[in-house]
Design a protein around this ligand. Structure first.
Ligand SMILES: Nc1ncnc2c1ncn2[C@@H]1O[C@H](COP(=O)(O)OP(=O)(O)OP(=O)(O)O)[C@@H](O)[C@H]1O
Ligand SMILES: [Mg+2]
Length: 224
């Protein structure tokens, strides 16, 4: 598979509960440095225009998408960038639990009723990092993500932030990711070493190409 490997990421090994947000809880760790390397590699790969919105996905579930989105976002925010994380995994959202945020209002609230952006986006105390959690789970995630409302929602956000990182469901399991992939400037594939079968990785690449997504590279999570 010819696709740039942005970084092979070590297993996060800490016994504390803050394991999922290691870039915040342990800024001097080797793994935090690895997230910085991914940040730099993404910045070198993309020009300014393409750098706006980056969708992270993987072929199958539990390969490390949400953990990578969260830590990359912290790493970018620590570099003084204005960063927004959007949890577009409306089936199995996890961003709110990683950042310990209330999820009663979020993306689905904005897509299903007239909520103000400002009331749905949460500011947290890490640099200029804001979070749009998934919001309450709805029974029609694909319709919501494929809607005109979702496209219209992204436009003002592109003006408000330096970079927007979007978490998503596994691209081969459900249609949701395909619906939003071509609305993002670039896509990064997160693979778990040993878990991601090469055929599935190739299939994911094909599916993303078919969806007119701009796949810029992969991050490989080391086998635990
Ligand atoms: N580099 C890593 N080292 C150790 N554990 C990790 C690493 N990346 C992810 N994990 C762990 O693997 C599990 C799955 O990670 P995560 O939730 O980020 O995956 P996901 O791809 O978003 O899953 P889903 O498909 O369910 O949304 C979590 O328990 C997370 O803490
Ligand atoms: Mg996830």
């Amino acid at each position: 598979m010819s696709c740039l490997i942005l970084k092979k990421l070590k297993e996060i090994t800490t016994t504390t509960k803050k394991r999922n947000l290691i870039t915040y809880s342990n800024p001097d760790s080797i793994i935090t440095e690895e997230y910085r390397t991914i940040r730099t590699n993404i910045q070198f790969t993309l020009d300014e225009k393409q750098y706006k919105s980056i969708l992270l996905t993987s072929p199958s579930k539990e390969e490390g998408k949400s953990t990578t989105v969260a830590n990359l976002a912290v790493s970018m925010a620590q570099q003084k960038q204005k960063v927004l994380v959007i949890d577009a995994d409306l089936r199995n959202p996890r961003i709110h639990s990683i950042f310990k945020l209330d999820n009663s209002v979020g993306l689905t609230s904005l897509l299903t009723s007239k909520n103000w952006l400002e009331s749905a986006i949460k500011k947290i105390n890490i640099g200029n990092l804001d979070i749009l959690t998934s919001g309450p789970i709805q029974n029609n995630p694909a319709e919501l993500l494929g809607s005109k409302e979702f496209q219209e929602l992204l436009q003002p956000l592109f003006k408000m932030y330096d970079v927007i990182l979007i978490d998503s469901p596994p691209v081969l399991d459900v249609t949701d990711t395909k619906l939003i992939a071509n609305q993002c400037d670039s896509v990064v594939l997160v693979l778990k070493e040993g878990k991601s079968k090469i055929e599935k990785a190739i299939e994911a690449k094909k599916v993303l190409k078919f969806a007119k997504a701009k796949l810029i590279g992969t991050i490989i999570n080391e086998k635990s």
